[in-house]
Design a protein around this ligand. Sequence first.
Ligand SMILES: NC(=O)c1ccc[n+]([C@@H]2O[C@H](COP(=O)([O-])OP(=O)(O)OC[C@H]3O[C@@H](n4cnc5c(N)ncnc54)[C@H](O)[C@@H]3O)[C@@H](O)[C@H]2O)c1
Length: 269
Amino acid sequence: MAGGIAEVVARAGMRAILRARSEASAATAVKQVTSGLARQVDKGKLDAAERDRILANITTATDLGALGACDIIIESVVEDLATKQQLFRDLDAVATPRAILATNTSTLPVVEMAKVVRQPERVCGIHFFNPAQVLPLVEIVRPITASDDTINRSVTFVKAIGKDGVNVLDRAGFIVNALLFPYLNNAIRMLEDGTASMEDIDTAMKGGCNFPMGPFALLDLVGLDTSLSILDTLHASFGDENFAPRPMLRKLVAEGRLGRKTKAGFYVY
Ligand SMILES: NC(=O)c1ccc[n+]([C@@H]2O[C@H](COP(=O)([O-])OP(=O)(O)OC[C@H]3O[C@@H](n4cnc5c(N)ncnc54)[C@H](O)[C@@H]3O)[C@@H](O)[C@H]2O)c1
């Protein structure tokens, strides 16, 4: 997600610093952006000068201190609360006091990240959808601790990067994932029950509901580890059985089949 978000920001003419723990992972993210843009140039959807302009707006860093002058810092690391909280503590130490500290979390309580920093009012959710460079929606998530200024500036930022922002309170799953994941989880239940094959369920939901992809292709795109974490959080928050992650999902994650990113999930790539 991080590379996609950096591309969106860079396209809008703003400077993006893509920070990763190692030069190698930063380079991998930039390589993904570069090859995505190259495909668009090949198809005639983007001219080479524009591609160069976008890439020139993206720099990389490993040191968190490089983010010291940023107006907005968007955290997009693994969906694990303890990891994100530690990162927010570290960001708090380096970020300029005016910076917004945002999280791209899919379901974790944003307030839990706000409460570990010295100015919780500057923390909110800026939640992109995958792929960030393609999907227009961004959810702007308001924890109880956020100031109006933080939310207003986030709304302005989301508009400036050309996305359609929606405002939502800090409830697990926000709008989209709270509605989407019971459906995805029930598709796995249907497969476990033997009601239909994975391919036929995907074909049915594409052809019958005009969805661009079926539930198993979407789970693989989101990542099965991320999906499991989202369902665990939703289940813990709402207690609804529709959110209880299906055994097949847990099994695939335990086997390291995490979806497209590991070249195998429900499907093999
Ligand atoms: N995959 C999706 O469809 C999707 C959509 C919207 C939001 N998100 C959210 O975006 C975030 C990232 O998801 P992803 O799909 O890109 O996951 P991913 O597993 O592809 O990438 C996570 C990255 O975080 C890195 N990481 C882990 N700990 C770190 C740390 N302490 N500092 C820096 N980097 C660290 C990992 O090395 C990995 O490269 C999650 O919070 C997820 O819920 C994901």
